[in-house]
Design a protein around this ligand. Structure first.
Ligand code: FES
Ligand code: FES
Length: 177
């Protein structure tokens, strides 16, 4: 069974995984990162979106072994010291969710979008989120939230949201599915 070491939300984890284990399974079932969710079995919904080395990936489309040696950030790694990330606050304040199932993936994808284009127009937001599906809110509030977050995240608008670099480690040699 392959052994992988992955930095997830600022903490290093070493685990044995099955070669077929998906990254989303590893995050949820071995690390307990259940904020990342599975909304489909066709890689269409985007609910499972996380960042790998700073770029969004659908974690149902990545094998856990492919994350070996990489940095993964989930929606659970965004808040700092009890303070929500500006993107999370913007989703809350703009009522950009109802059931919330799509929200972790939407937030992670929206952050990737703003990293590439800090001042998108509405059309660019919609294009950037086209791989993420929401079945209940309607997309207008989500677009509003991303635009709001873009303002909140402008340089000088608040404290920088750096990745936490905690140094905890965990070795889990008996892991498996
Ligand atoms: Fe990954 Fe739907 S669960 S795209
Ligand atoms: Fe329910 Fe988007 S808020 S799926």
């Amino acid at each position: 069974m392959p052994r992988i070491t992955v930095n997830v939300d600022g903490s290093s984890y070493t685990d044995d995984v099955q070669p077929r284990t998906l990254l989303v399974q590893y995050l949820r079932e071995q690390l307990g990162k259940v904020g990342t969710v599975v909304g489909c079995d066709t890689s269409n919904c985007g609910a499972c979106t996380v960042h790998m080395d700073g770029h969004s990936v659908k974690s149902c489309s990545v094998l856990a072994v492919q994350a070996d040696g990489h940095d993964v950030t989930t929606v659970e790694g965004l808040a700092r010291d009890g303070q929500l990330h500006p993107m999370q606050e913007a989703f809350h304040d703009n009522h950009a969710l109802q059931c919330g199932f799509c929200t972790p993936g939407m937030i992670m994808q929206a952050l990737d979008l703003l990293a590439d284009n800090p001042e998108p127009d509405d059309e660019q937001v919609r294009e950037g989120l086209e791989g993420n599906l929401c079945r209940c809110t309607g997309y207008q509030n989500i677009v509003n939230a991303v635009q709001d977050a873009a303002q909140r995240m402008q340089p000088g608008a608040g404290p920088p949201m750096e990745q936490a670099q905690e140094t905890s480690t965990r070795t889990h040699v008996a892991g498996g599915q």
